[in-house]
Design a protein around this ligand. Structure first.
Ligand code: 5AD
Ligand code: SF4
Length: 522
């Protein structure tokens, strides 16, 4: 357990299970009683175990249909999933939705109607966790009114030892806790939760195998495709290597087959997902095949737009730059998180690149793709960050000229090395730094958008604008939101739009009939 730093909640009081009464133990785990609530712990997360990176090969399992006897488990029943966090989590939710529906469940937005409610959680910052605990407070009332309701917590928070302990102690009305490595076990876990009276806890610390062929419920024009799981980078502030396990890549033939299938189904845009997509293929022991190779193969598949997230600057190689410069369906947008502009801070973050290396990479990318849109993630107030080091971040932002960036105040995460570092920067100072950074980003973002004034851009029409039925909304290749007047029947089509009114967060434009002078790169 880390020492308590400002803003880092001390969960240590939830750790002591010496008072828990062990009812019995067998090959299926331990049955304990905590504060009068019986809990079946099949497996519990452990920070120590999650830190380990085993040498054993990852197996790929292909045969993962829903067991016959569970195909009707959900008939006449409704499920609801609330998802927090990143696109990886959103995509895990799609997999769980696929499994629910393969068991006969129907989706509902109305929690009162639901027979099963899952919270698919995020652990990246403390405020993400606070939201979930707040939500559990609301759900308690629902559970009291409807005792047959199954309430589950899954996702990244479930991989945290301290969170699971806290739920067992303080939120004993929860029926089910499972982690990111065992979502494929959802049918069996649900069955256990229905038929047993205990809270079921099954969280694997070790990542286990890659499971192919799980059902997925996708909607809309865009689809996500996992290309790899886990992260081995261990940036000192980050919880992800613990919650998502070691890096393991899906086999190229499985990724390509899934993308071809999505192309056949008519998806217009695919985003490749991984915590560190640039490390794709590094774990293969039997073939040499990199992320650049994968992108080059995907380029040949007939899907209009391919995106990817998230890149790590350290592994972003020249081959990838070369492949991306071929364009086609590979869009001119790269999300390239820098985290800090100071080489000293980057070192303390264990990012394994310097400011100079990052800027050199940006230079190479801009040279190969001059109209590229770069976006970033930036943390302010990392432990010990000086005014000067923060100024380095501002000057890097000025130099790169990001179109936009996600910015965060550093949030200590129990179990990570940075949570142990001395933090002598006050929250007040951190807030001022965040505001200054955002102000600069907005100014540059607006200037970047201004450069598009008068240009014709290719837009994928998403649908009618939320606020005005006459207006359509869509996205440029570089993922910029654009509003323009048009008929709803254009939804799902590619059209050309002239940018007439660039703003900080959004573009406004007008439809053009012919793509004269269309800049295919914007
Ligand atoms: N505190 C603040 N921001 C964080 N991120 C990851 N961990 C933390 C943390 N402990 C940010 C990083 C990452 C993004 C997804 O979240 O910028 O790229
Ligand atoms: Fe995604 Fe990381 Fe949050 Fe997990 S902790 S949901 S991987 S952002």
């Amino acid at each position: 357990m880390s020492k308590s730093t400002p803003g880092n909640k001390d969960y240590s009081k939830y750790f002591d299970f010496s008072n828990a009464k062990v009812l019995h133990e067998d090959e299926h785990g331990k049955h304990i009683r905590v504060n009068g609530r019986e809990i079946h712990i099949v497996s519990q997360p452990s920070y120590r175990e999650e830190k380990r990176r085993g040498k054993e090969d990852v197996q790929v399992l292909y045969d993962n249909g829903i067991p016959e006897e569970m195909k009707h488990l959900g008939q006449g029943k409704h499920y609801h999933i609330t998802t927090y966090g990143c696109q990886m989590n959103e995509h895990d939710t799609e997999v769980m939705r696929g499994m629910f529906e393969a068991m006969g469940y129907t989706s509902t937005e109305d929690r009162d109607e639901a027979d099963v409610i899952l919270l698919n959680t995020c652990a990246i910052r403390e405020n993400a966790e606070d939201k979930v605990f707040g939500e559990l407070g609301h759900l308690k009332h629902l559970k009291l009114e409807k005792p047959s309701l199954i309430l589950g917590v899954c996702g990244c928070m479930s991989q945290e030892e301290s969170v699971v302990s806290r739920i067992m102690q303080k939120h004993s009305f929860v029926d089910l806790i499972f982690g990111t490595h065992n979502i494929h076990r959802l049918p069996q876990l649900l069955k256990d939760a229905y038929f047993g009276k205990e809270m079921v806890v099954e969280v694997w610390s070790k990542e286990g195998d890659i499971i192919e062929n799980l059902p997925k419920k996708r909607e809309g024009l865009r689809a996500w495709v996992n290309i790899m799981y886990g992260c081995d980078k261990f940036c000192t502030y980050c919880i992800v290597p613990y919650t998502r396990g070691k890096e393991r890549s899906r086999r190229p033939q499985d990724v390509l087959a899934e993308i071809r299938d999505l192309a056949r189904q008519g998806f217009k845009e695919i985003t490749l997902l991984g915590q560190n997509v640039n490390a794709y293929g590094k774990d293969f022991t039997d073939l040499t095949y990199s992320f650049g190779d994968l992108m080059d193969d995907i380029r040949k598949i007939d899907v209009p737009r391919i995106r990817f997230t998230t890149s790590h600057p350290r592994d972003f190689d020249d081959q990838l730059v070369e492949v991306l410069a071929k364009r086609g369906n590979l869009v001119e947008h790269i999300h390239l998180p820098v985290q800090s502009g100071s080489s000293e801070v980057l070192k303390k973050m264990s990012r394994k690149y310097s400011r100079e290396h990052y800027l050199e990479l940006v230079g190479k990318i801009k040279q190969a793709i001059p109209d590229v849109v770069l976006t970033s993630d930036i943390i302010v107030g990392f432990p010990g960050e000086t005014d000067e080091q923060f100024e380095d971040t501002l000057s890097l932002v000025r130099e790169v000229r990001y179109d936009s960036a996600y910015t965060f105040i550093y949030s200590p995460r129990a179990g990570t090395p940075a949570a142990e570092m001395e933090d002598n920067v006050s929250m007040e100072v951190k807030k001022v730094r965040l505001a200054r950074l955002n102000e600069l980003l907005n100014e540059i973002g607006r200037e970047r958008n201004e450069e598009l004034r008068g240009q014709v851009v290719e837009v994928l029409v998403e649908g009618v604008s939320k606020n005005n039925a006459e207006m359509l909304s869509g996205r440029t290749r570089t993922n910029k939101l654009i509003h323009f007047k048009g008929h709803a029947s254009l939804s799902g089509d590619f059209v050309h739009v002239r940018v007439t009114e660039p703003q900080t967060w959004v573009l406004k434009g007008e439809l053009v009939q012919e793509p004269e002078r269309a800049n295919p790169a914007v």
